[in-house]
Design a binder for this molecule. Sequence first.
Ligand code: PEP
Ligand code: MN
Length: 375
Amino acid sequence: MLAILHPDTPLDSEAYRETLHFLENLPGVTLRVHEIQGAKQKLTEIYLLGETKPLDKDEIAALPAVERVIRISDDYRILGRHHDDLRQNGFSYNGVSFDQNNLNIFAGLCAVDNQEHVDIMMRALSEQGQHCTRMGAYKPRTNPYSFQGHGKGCLPWVFETAGKHGIKVIAMEITHESHIEEIDNCLEKLGRPTGVMLQVGTRNTQNFELLKSIGRQRIYPVLLKRGFGITLNESLNAAEYLASEGNANVVFCLRGMKTDAGQPHRNMVDFAHVPTVKRLTRMPVCIDPSHSVGTRDRAPDGLLEVVHATAQGVIAGANMVLADFHPKPEKALVDGPQALHMRELPAFLADIQLCHETWKKRRNLYTTDEGPQPA
Ligand code: PEP
Ligand code: MN
């Protein structure tokens, strides 16, 4: 059960003390308090865990600090959507909003290779009015002898270049908890010219200790990739690990499933799950067409298959797109064969916008004056 307090309830108020005293003394129930700082107000949520079935919802709703009470199911307690759950979805970070209705595009390099390419990429994005990118400094590689990323050494010039071009958020994968500190120290030293969304890659989706470390910090939002060989439920539970440790600013990324059945694509594209994740949880949903399709094959209509897959995800309501680009794909140190060329960027962005607008129009087709049609 979840008790949502009146916005901005002071923790030293009599109403809060009385409410907490009552809840703390419920037999068999333990409490977990979550504070969410929104743009305008602070929300306090108290999760009641344990023997909550016999509790009287109305009695708890009548406590002085409580605004409303929601009965929640066991799955995805914090990030899930529950019956009667009107809680808002999404969050804001470094001036960029992420929610289940809007769309942000993170086109960029799979891996940071050199300063020139980082500059070309970010300049092109900025010229197209973009303020987000993807760029990996720590790369998890199948082969231990492959390029592993430049690590913390490249962070200063990557962050400075981002600041120069007005890039506000960089999605950057981390593979170890020490990387959080490396990123944080570097940003702090430079006066925070940009922001970082910490990415958990598909190989680490169930690295629970990494998830807990990332979840314990509240500065950086998280992009959690679906595990490529586990169920959707297992991946959503992995996201809940982040929230249960305190960080609910999570975007969930679909990136395809590893199976030969997906061939000739690198993975089996799973973007039919975009609306499903939005139904089950309050997380904004990202699609990663580059790692799903993994090729630059062109369909007879002239469009790349990776571009078609992007459109399929966005038209189904995706809220974020992660896409690999490179000034010279043939020279890229990681994932060159799936990278789009810089000259393809304007059409790609325009296509995504078209699909996002179409999603909004599609949504209106099924909405009556009273709101969405009942399930
Ligand atoms: C990536 O985004 O560069 C990456 C390694 O993705 P994934 O974890 O989905 O393989
Ligand atoms: Mn990659």
